[in-house]
Every structure is written in structure tokens, then in C-alpha cells.
Design a protein around this ligand. Sequence first.
Ligand code: AP5
Length: 215
Amino acid sequence: MNLILLGPPGAGKGTQAEYISEKFNLAHTSTGDILRAAIKAETEVGKKAKEFVESGKLVPDSIILDLIEEVIKKSEKEGFLFDGFPRTIEQAEGLEKLLKNNNMKIDRVLNLKVESEAIIKRLVSRRVCGNCKATYNLLSKPPKKEGICDVCGGKLIQRKDDSRDVIENRINVYNKQTKPLIEFYKERGILSDIDAGKTPDEVDNEIQEVLSSIS
Ligand code: AP5
């Protein structure tokens, strides 16, 4: 099974991806995580992507499609869960070609829907572990000890693009460049809307219902 998690920044794609990839043994492929790791490691891709990621703009399609081609070649899992990819029509068409060359297709696109106000609230209060990348939220999922990761004891940090002005830019970029994908996948008959304004467990239940009807 190959799935896409579509949705604005802060919709909860990363949170839901953890649950789904474990249950279905899928390769959780977050282009945001791949890019942040490349920036940290100061690789060629990281150097090219840094300014785009930190200002909330999209990294050029050609860079992203090259990364995805590598991921598809290397994975040994039973399918893919794409999180935050594709983000443009060009990326979606590129993905279709890459999958077709490997005798695969996208089975379902989960469109996580949340209001902008809720997104801003969630993102300004998100904290991530600088070591193991576990995600917290000062409002809905605080760590047991302030500033410290429950999982590994690492220090919690705020992502550079989680400042209010960059969040607003990311939402604008989503509306302009990524939202057209809703129509793109609707036309292919594989889009399911999910109410992602509910609690993480409720969102998970709604996703499970959709997936049980196709798996
Ligand atoms: P990326 O890392 O993909 O960021 P994003 O899409 O903006 O999504 P986020 O990670 O911010 O949010 P999420 O939906 O995963 O929510 P989460 O579960 O963490 O991309 C970053 C940048 O990289 C882009 O801006 C771009 O520059 C570049 N990039 C990445 N992919 C690219 C591509 N394909 N093409 C070009 N450029 C690309 O949850 C958020 C917070 O809310 C957390 O604190 C969480 O605990 C909390 N939360 C989650 N669910 C709930 C809930 N149901 N109720 C309450 N709180 C919740």
C-alpha cells in the first residue's frame, strides 16, 4: 500500500505518519525530515535547501524528485507513506512516473483539513527533540520535564520555521502551490478528506476507518 499525507503545515502529518507507518509497515518518507537532516549534515543538498526551508519557501522540484527517486530505490518496506510530498503538481506528476517505472501506484491520499488559526496555535507551541526528533506540543502534548525529551533526555528545540511570520508564509505557500493537489487527486478518485482539527487519537481513528476500507 502506498499512501500520501496531504495537508497544510501543522495539520498533524508527522504525528499521524508515526501511527500509520508502524501499523502497516510502510516507509515513512518525510521530505521535511530528509531536508533538515541534510541541512544539519551540511551536504550539497542541505546547502542548497537551507534558505528555502528556513524561510518557508518550497525547495525546487528537481531536488525533491531526485531525493524521492533515491528513497524508492533503497526501500525494503511493504510500501510508502509520503509525508509532505508531493507539494506541487510537478512533484505529483514526477511521483506518478517514478512509481509507474517500479510497477507501483498511489492507493490513497489522506487530505488532513484544519483551520489556519488552529495551525498557527499548534506550530508556535511545537517543540522537537534535537537528538531523536520526537515531537511535543506545549499545549496538547507537553514533555514530562520542561525542555527535556521524555524518550531520550535530549534538549527540546523550536524549529526555525516555527516562528509566527514564517508559519504565515508557509500557509500562503501551501494555499498557492500545494492546495491544487486536492483537485488533482480528487480527479483520480483516490482522495479522502480527514477532519484533522480533532484530537490525535480521533484523527487516527478516522484514518483507520478509511484505510480498512481499502486494505
Ligand atoms: P515539513 O517538515 O514537511 O513541514 P510542514 O509540511 O510545514 O509540516 P509540519 O512538519 O510543520 O507539520 P505536520 O503536519 O507534520 O504536523 P505535526 O504532526 O508535526 O517541511 C518543512 C519545509 O521543508 C517546507 O516549508 C519546505 O521549505 C521544505 N519542504 C519539505 N517538503 C518539501 C517538498 N516536497 N517540496 C519542496 N519543499 C519541501 O504537528 C504539529 C504540532 O501540532 C505538533 O506539536 C503536534 O504535537 C501537534 N499536533 C499534531 N496533531 C494534533 C492534533 N490533532 N491536535 C492538537 N495538536 C496536534
